[in-house]
Design a protein around this ligand. Structure first.
Ligand SMILES: Cc1cc2nc3c(=O)[nH]c(=O)nc-3n(C[C@H](O)[C@H](O)[C@H](O)COP(=O)(O)OP(=O)(O)OC[C@H]3O[C@@H](n4cnc5c(N)ncnc54)[C@H](O)[C@@H]3O)c2cc1C
Length: 242
């Protein structure tokens, strides 16, 4: 892995309390959709209150063909997130990577069911943008769970991708609609075997990819196992500390 110094170009909100950060992409930086980077906030390497690490792993939201390196995260009140939020336009950070094996299998004739909880959708955004750009023949389903539509990052873009890519279908569920002020006509239950079957549709022998809160990933792993899905057909990584 090589370390690159990159500059922040822009930032914008992508859901309630959720921000995307657009960094310049270093020349020759090559990655696969689904991979991640370590981001270190330069110039602030000293001790922070609580001694929190100023280095953090983030999935890459942007696709390899795009000219920026984009990450997104919930802006919780941690020292790292406060420092990231305070990074000025044109401020610099160090990027290590890419790393991670949450990448689509090689055979595009095998479909994939992507299961995302909250901001865990980030690695799948890169995959879906890439597949749509490349006009990939791969069948892709995204089962995306959030508390409310207000929390669902990239929901509008996902609907656009669904319109552009005839091989991609989105199934989104909102599990705390009683706390929302927006309308929602889709599913409202937590991800369970029935929703997974609905998302997979008639797909023969799909591969499953999971990203989200650790408790959700664990629960979905158990659901898949109970449904008889072979563990070799499931790929997940665990990111703690968000
Ligand atoms: C591979 C991977 C990549 C990641 N990349 C990033 C990243 O780039 N940026 C980042 O900030 N974080 C990333 N994460 C962290 C991860 O997504 C967060 O831990 C998570 O999203 C926590 O907060 P949230 O507010 O988004 O989820 P919440 O909004 O709290 O929950 C999202 C949804 O999950 C559902 N849920 C929760 N528990 C369960 C359960 N037991 N069963 C069923 N449903 C459940 C909730 O009902 C809700 O609908 C990544 C995680 C993984 C595994």
């Amino acid at each position: 892995m090589t370390t690159h110094t990159v500059r922040l170009r822009s930032r914008h909100m992508v859901a309630d309390d959720t921000m995307a950060f657009h960094f310049e992409k270093p020349a020759g930086f090559d990655f696969k959709p689904g991979q991640a980077i370590d981001l270190t906030l330069e110039g602030s390497a000293g001790q922070l209150p609580g001694g929190e690490d100023l280095k953090h792993a983030f999935s890459i939201v942007s696709a390899p063909h795009q000219e920026e390196l984009v990450i997104a995260t919930r802006m919780r009140n941690s020292a790292f997130k406060r420092a990231l939020g305070a990074l000025p336009a044109d401020g610099s950070a160090a990027v290590d990577g890419p790393f991670g094996s949450l990448t689509l299998h090689k055979k595009p004739d095998r479909g994939a069911v992507l299961i995302a909880g909250g901001i865990g959708v980030t690695p799948f955004m890169s995959m879906l943008r890439h597949a749509t750009h490349e006009r990939s023949p791969r069948e892709l389903r995204l089962l995306y769970t959030n508390h409310r539509p207000e929390d669902a990052a990239f929901l509008t873009e996902l609907r656009d991708l669904e319109r552009q890519n005839p091989r991609f279908t989105l199934v989104a569920t909102m599990t705390r609609m009683e706390q929302s002020t927006l309308a929602w006509e889709g599913p409202v239950e937590r991800i369970d075997g029935e929703l997974i079957r609905q998302a997979a549709g008639a797909m023969a022998h799909p591969a499953f990819y999971l990203a989200g809160p650790p408790a959700m990933v664990e629960a979905v792993l158990q659901t898949l196992s109970s449904a008889g899905v072979d563990e070799d057909d499931v790929r997940s990584e665990t990111f703690f500390g968000y």
